[in-house]
Design a protein around this ligand. Structure first.
Ligand code: AMP
Ligand code: ZN
Length: 464
């Protein structure tokens, strides 16, 4: 397996600490709002990596946090806690907010067939672990108390910027948007491990600590959860590219200072999904979610398919045009697969050969687009019988997770959408707005839904 490692900025052979076993950590969502489709793209990337490693025979243990405390509106210890912002917006308690958006997150996560990590842990469940780490960092001189808070002193490390090309200069106040002067810090790039008294004094979630009642900084939670559940040696740690700095940089600093040795060997980062305005955000109100796409008549797996057609290290721009195209191609692909007759005996030679080719593409830094090309070649290959093809596709789909061996179906969400559209169309016809009626028919057709007007009313079916 070859994988791009942000730490070395190279595609490298993957060698885990322990032969045959992989410990993998994925930064989880901040549950103060819905996860947008950009966040979900990131988890699809992690899902493909996880499933590819398993298909290659590794025993994978994967952990993910749920950020329900400590993530501020700016990554540099300034701004408000995102959960506090959500509480004001929705007039709920922090735990009600976290509970609601955690459920919403996993609903969308599962709609795109992402497999849940073995360990999922909310930040608020591991406070004792952060306190234990911070105590040791203080004792060993890597951290200091100032103005009531505890900070990590980055000047104590040889190479704090190991993961990035950042220079300290770019962190000086004013040079980088979002960096505010914090007079408590010795170096402006120092980061908070624990907040007590500060401008966040009204924070709802507070715990007793040796430094007074307070709450943890955002970065310590991922180090704490990872070390607590996966041990001192981590093989892969991942997130989106925005996590490289400061989040993962800070995680390396505090984890290695705490452990006294190297912590994680491979850093895996997914590029962003952008919208046409250039940035997808969940703080600006209008959030495009997987559930919303489904309510608009799209198959969530068409979104997954769209992501798999591009490389995880390339930016991808979301557009409805591209999604429609993905939906049409995926429906055609499923129809083709459903027309394969399972004739003949399993041909082991073809099976092994095609399986290897597919895995080779994924083992090459997760080249999902090329893996899909192998699938298309298999479908075209007249020398391979139906039984062998179907067995292979079933195997491929353990990783692709596109429900390839399932007939295109109209589920209840799609049914609601179609019925709403048919209703709108008959209203339009009643008002003699035939242009709108045609537009609605075409909109449905683009999603492979054919409607027919009969004497009994309008019926619909999926285009084969
Ligand atoms: P958050 O819920 O904001 O903590 O983000 C969850 C994950 O989604 C993080 O690992 C981010 O790096 C990642 N992420 C945020 N925005 C995007 C985006 N537009 N495209 C892909 N991944 C993203
Ligand atoms: Zn994290």
């Amino acid at each position: 397996m070859k994988i791009f490692n942000t730490l070395t900025r190279k595609v490298e052979d993957f060698i885990p600490y322990e032969e045959g076993k992989v410990k993998m950590y994925t930064c989880g969502p901040t549950v103060y709002h819905y996860a947008h489709i950009g966040n979900i793209r990131n988890y699809i990337g992690h899902d493909i990596l996880d499933k590819t490693l398993r298909a290659l025979g590794y025993e994978v243990t994967r952990a993910m946090n749920i950020t329900d405390v400590g993530h501020l509106t700016s990554d540099s210890d300034s701004g408000e806690d995102k959960m506090e912002v959500a509480k004001k917006r929705e007039h709920k308690t922090a735990m009600e907010i976290a509970d609601f958006y955690t459920k919403a997150f996993f609903k969308d996560f599962e709609k795109v067939n992402c497999k849940k990590p073995e360990i999922i842990s909310p930040a608020t469940s591991n406070i004792e672990m952060y306190i234990k780490m911070i105590k040791k960092l203080l004792k060993d001189g890597y951290a200091y108390e100032s103005g009531g808070n505890v900070y990590f002193d980055i000047s104590k490390l040889k190479d704090y910027y190991v993961l990035t090309n950042h220079q300290e200069d770019s962190m000086v106040v004013g040079a980088r948007e979002g960096v505010e002067e914090d007079n408590n810090k010795r170096n402006q790039a120092d980061f908070a491990l624990w907040f007590t008294i500060s401008k966040f004094e009204n924070h709802e979630l507070q715990w007793d600590s040796p430094w007074g009642k307070g709450y943890p900084g955002w970065h310590i939670e991922c180090s704490g959860i990872s070390i607590k559940y996966l041990g001192e040696n981590l093989d892969i740690h991942g997130g989106g590219v925005d996590n490289i700095f400061p989040h993962h940089t800070n995680e390396i600093a505090q984890s290695e200072a705490y452990l006294g040795h190297k912590w994680c060997n491979y850093w895996f980062h997914n590029e962003h999904l952008l919208d046409e305005s250039g940035k997808m955000s969940k703080s600006n109100g209008a959030i495009l979610t997987v559930s919303l796409l489904e309510e608009q008549g799209y198959d969530p797996l068409a979104f997954r398919f769209m992501c798999l057609n591009s490389h995880y290290r390339k930016q991808l721009v979301f557009s409805y045009e591209a999604l429609k195209q993905a939906q049409t191609t995926l429906n055609k692909l499923r129809n083709r697969i459903n027309n394969i007759n399972s004739d003949g005996e399993l041909d082991n030679e073809f099976y092994n050969n095609y399986n290897q080719r597919f895995l080779d593409e994924l083992s090459n830094d997760l080249n999902t687009a090329n893996a899909l090309t192998v699938l298309y070649e298999l479908l075209k290959d007249e020398k391979v019988n139906g039984t062998t093809k179907l067995k292979l596709i079933e195997k491929y789909d353990e990783i692709l997770s596109l429900n390839l061996i399932k007939k295109n179906e109209i589920d209840s969400t799609l049914q609601d959408y179609i019925e709403k559209k048919i209703q709108e169309r008959s209203e339009a016809k009643k008002n003699k707005d035939f242009a709108l009626a045609d537009q609605i028919r075409n909109e449905l057709l683009e999603k492979n839904i054919i409607i027919k007007d009969t004497r009994e009313g309008t019926t619909y079916e999926i285009k084969e």
